[in-house]
Design a binder for this molecule. Structure first.
Ligand code: NAD
Length: 305
């Protein structure tokens, strides 16, 4: 396997002043990428701002002989994001890689969640990712090269108590990735999801001391670098933590075709075991795969060819 290098490549990493983003930015720079280190300098709940965090990471990259600039854009602000992209292109000529990583938490049970707390988390995670990706999308299509990672979470993929806002925003990454894959991959713009689990300030109270060392951000960054490499896949959900990597997939069960007296709520409930059976389940390549499957099954049941 040839060495993964990013010489000549330009990357923007959001939320790169701390935690996972910092580790990703350092990893990209160490393998030759020029990096825009974005960070608003916000607290975990999204309050406050300051540019010191991004600058400190830029200093680390420069001290190691790499090239980087700091940027303090709030990813939830489309104008600031556009200015960041303009600055990146003015400084480095183009952008090849976008790592959407910036994030916040405002955990509460749904019963206690205010709509403001819900919206704030959606604005930073979902709209922040949309703003950055949209600002670069045409640029990447025109250059016929782009590697984009959206950061999701096990909370969005599988659910976690007290995180309806975060889980909804993180699950939205899946829908966005699926469509960007269909629209971008033929122009060599590949989009993937990273689902990390790491010890950062976001999770520092969750893990006992013995586990903290196992889950350092640096154990995840090799997966991120693979997802933005020349040989990157497209439309992959890569789970990562502690040096472990796995793919999350959505399968659809084979299901059942009903008609006549069976095409009733009672008929659906009576067939629930078959509907939920894992025998013959498949991956769907796109939305119309499902539609075509149902047309085929319904036609077969009715004897239509
Ligand atoms: P972190 O708090 O250490 O880092 C997040 C960074 O994002 C901070 O430096 C913060 O200033 C920056 N940021 C926040 N809002 C911003 C905004 N509006 N614009 C620009 N920058 C902003 O957290 P982390 O654990 O490194 O999380 C990184 C990403 O990984 C997040 O998207 C998070 O949801 C996701 N994630 C983390 C874990 C985990 O176990 N740590 C698990 C699943 C997903």
């Amino acid at each position: 396997m040839s060495e993964v290098r990013f010489d000549g490549r330009v990357a923007i990493v959001t939320g790169a002043g701390a935690g996972l983003g910092r580790s990703h930015a350092l990893g990209l720079a160490a393998r030759g990428a020029k990096v825009v280190v974005n960070d608003l300098g916000a607290a975990t709940d999204g309050s406050g701002s300051g540019s010191d965090a991004a600058r400190a990471v830029v200093e680390e990259i420069r001290a190691a002989g790499g090239k980087a600039i700091a940027n303090g854009a709030n990813v939830a602000n489309a104008e600031q994001v556009q200015a960041m992209v303009d600055e990146a292109i003015a400084e480095f000529g183009h952008v090849d890689i976008l790592v959407n990583n910036a994030g916040i938490l405002r955990d509460k049970t749904f019963a206690k969640m205010t709509l403001d707390d819900f919206k704030m988390v959606v604005d930073v995670h979902l709209m922040g990712t949309v703003n950055c990706t949209h600002a670069l999308w045409r640029h990447m299509l025109e250059r016929e090269y782009g590697r984009i990672v959206l950061t999701t979470s096990s909370s969005g993929l599988y659910g976690n108590f007290g995180q309806s806002n975060y889980g909804a925003a993180k699950a939205a990454m899946l829908g966005l990735m699926n469509v960007l894959h269909h629209e971008g991959s033929r122009k060599n713009v590949r989009t993937n999801l990273l689902a990390p689990t790491a010890t950062t300030r976001m999770t520092e109270e969750l893990f006992p001391a013995a586990v903290k060392d196992l889950l350092k951000p640096e154990t995840i960054t090799p997966g991120l670098l693979a997802l933005v490499s020349e040989d990157a896949p497209s439309r992959m959900v890569l789970g990562a933590g502690g040096g472990c990597f796995a793919e999350t997939r959505i399968y659809e069960t084979r299901g059942v075709a009903l008609q006549g007296d069976d095409l009733t709520p009672e008929g659906v409930l009576a067939n629930m075991d078959t509907i939920r059976s894992e025998d013959g389940q498949t991956l769907m390549g796109g939305a119309f795969d499902q539609t075509n499957k149902y047309i085929k099954m319904a036609a077969e049941l009715r004897g239509i060819s």
